[in-house]
Design a protein. Structure first.
Lengths: 247, 317
């Protein structure tokens, strides 16, 4: 009961302090992805063409999962450490994992809101339909979130300052989003390049998520990539757990 | 180092630090510190910035891991995970430079910390105690540094801990904040709590501490009650007088050592300087000597600090 109350109040605090009272954060979280969807839908075709939008809706959601892990978890943790907030919390009886879990759940809430808005705009403006099995869609989304939360936590563990965490997250997020089938189809690159990019967890996640959600593929055909994502998650978790310092 | 003490003697000590060493690479921030704090007393760690006060305190609360030596707080070893878990609810800590989330308000922070300790929020009561009444809805970003420090104090106190650690608690506070903090410390001590505070304000250490430990470059150079430190290291009290035709007689001579300096006389005495001063004035009046200047100096903790460490506490030179 005590743990649950801690967790709920902490999660609400994250939401109120870092989202509801932060206009910039609200704009970046809610408006920017929609802006990207609209911009790229028109840029990649001559009009509201369901083809490119259908590619973009899951792609942008996938890119948000990526940046949630790297920025929302990784950079956030480095900031908390630099401001001595982690050490202040470490002194209290709250188990550190409760704090971590509340941060992850808060970010998952934002992701859900982003996904709903993108799907709604995609459906209304660009006639994109989500035709996949909802349980499979949710499963691959959760697995992708786990992967990028665990990889993002490594940033939070290794970066000594907010600034260096920011730099690492930028270096990772921007190229990964553009080289992982999020905004631009990578099959237009030379075959060798495409094959190499398919080794990235971001590509594996975004492609699987797209195929399952808007193309109606079954998750059972993606065993190899799911296994890869699970391995990435395990690696990320092990490295994070070994290197993370609360104080 | 391996002093054996009876269990009773250990039980009435809230904190026992024995041979504590903390190295950061080559640098020894703490180079072998031993002290203990009886329950219900205030223990002041006094020293310059960088002397090792904060590092010592961090080792007591489980933030720093000792390189060598041992620490026990309420009989628990903060380096052991299980014992640290048992210890956490029983201690309160005000750290230096904790920055709370800018968009949080006073009430929310107190509610959150109440949840951390599994207690009902005492936001109203705590905000009054630290002089933040009427400011429950104020956001951290709109509060002065001193107000944030007072909120940090409230967070340390809200769960009514047995032992309180205050790291430079009044740094950056105005006179109002200092008065509140000092009042709280005195009130908590009267309520039987144990308090460890680090400070580089001599006045603060002297006013609040039952015992003061002076730390210099990671070592303890003196430890005693404030009055004892002054008596032992503060040197003689002095009475200086410049008066035409004044010279001490035998009665005054018995009070201490007289020297002639700068056109006047100076008495160094171990006795009560107020009485000596009265005797000097009476004698001057009897002689009909017109007093030009008169000065009395009672040794202070600052004199003792300088005598002990060979330096002033502020880094002026």
């Amino acid at each position: 009961m005590k743990l649950l109350r801690m967790f709920l109040i902490q999660t609400k605090a994250h939401f109120v302090w870092y989202f509801r009272r932060d206009g910039e954060m609200m704009f970046w979280t809610l408006a920017m992805p929609v802006f990207f969807l609209v911009l790229f839908s028109f840029a990649f075709s001559s009009g509201p063409n369901a083809g490119s939008s259908r590619f973009l809706v899951p792609g942008i959601i996938g890119a948000q999962v990526l940046s949630s892990g790297f920025w929302g978890i990784g950079v956030m943790l480095a900031t908390f450490r630099e401001k001595h907030l982690l050490r202040r919390i470490y002194i209290t009886p709250m188990p550190p994992w409760v704090f971590f879990a509340s941060l992850v759940v808060y970010r998952m809430g934002l992701l859900a809101a982003q996904a709903i808005i993108l799907v709604a705009v995609g459906a209304v403006v660009f006639h994109v339909r989500i035709i996949g099995n909802p349980i499979e869609i949710l499963a691959i989304l959760l697995l992708g979130t786990a992967t990028f939360v665990s990889l993002g936590t490594i940033i939070g563990a290794l970066a000594r300052t907010t600034e260096s965490a920011n730099n690492i997250a930028s270096i990772l997020t921007v190229p990964l989003a553009f080289l992982s089938d999020a905004y631009v189809p990578i099959d237009r690159f030379p075959h060798a390049v495409t094959s190499a990019l398919r080794l990235l967890p971001s590509t594996q996640f975004i492609d699987t998520f797209r195929d399952v959600s808007v193309y109606g593929a079954s998750l059972t055909h993606y065993g190899a990539w799911i296994l890869m994502l699970v391995l990435w998650t395990i690696a990320g978790t092990v490295i994070s757990a070994r290197t993370f310092r609360w104080v | 180092m391996t002093r054996r003490e009876s269990p009773d003697a250990i039980a009435d000590r809230a904190i026992v630090v024995d041979g504590l060493v903390k190295r950061y690479g080559e640098l020894a921030a703490v180079a072998g510190i031993t002290f203990s704090v009886p329950r219900g007393t205030v223990f002041g760690l006094l020293g310059r910035n960088g002397a090792g006060k904060t590092t010592t305190l961090e080792c007591c609360i489980g933030i720093g891991r000792p390189t060598a030596g041992s620490v026990r707080v309420l009989g628990l070893d903060p380096t052991r995970r299980r014992e640290l878990s048992d210890l956490r609810p029983r201690i309160g800590v005000q750290l230096q430079a904790t920055s709370l989330p800018e968009k949080a308000n006073v009430r929310e922070v107190l509610e959150l910390y109440a949840a951390y300790y599994g207690i009902a929020s005492r936001a109203e009561e705590m905000s009054e105690r630290v002089g933040l009444d009427g400011k429950l809805d104020r956001q951290i970003a709109q509060m002065s540094g001193g107000e944030q420090q007072r909120l940090a104090l409230a967070l340390a106190l809200q769960h009514d801990p047995e032992v309180l650690f205050l790291d430079e608690p009044t740094a950056g506070m105005d006179a109002f904040g200092r008065r509140i903090l000092w009042g709280e410390v005195e009130r908590l001590r009267d309520g039987g709590k144990t308090i460890v505070l680090t400070t580089h304000y001599i006045e603060e250490a002297e006013r609040l501490s039952d015992r003061i430990c002076i730390i210099q470059r990671g070592r303890i150079v003196a430890e005693a009650a404030p009055a004892e430190l002054v008596a032992r290291y503060g040197g003689d009290a002095t009475v200086s007088i410049a008066a035409e035709g004044f010279a001490p007689d035998a009665t005054l001579g018995a009070l201490g050592v007289w020297t002639q300096a700068g056109g006047g006389w100076k008495l160094a005495t171990r006795g009560e300087p107020g009485l000596a001063l009265a005797a000097v004035v009476t004698h001057a009046n009897t002689l009909g000597a017109k007093i030009v200047s008169l000065d009395m100096h009672r040794p202070t903790l600052e004199d003792a600090f300088i005598a002990i460490t060979g330096e002033t506490i502020e880094e002026t030179g």
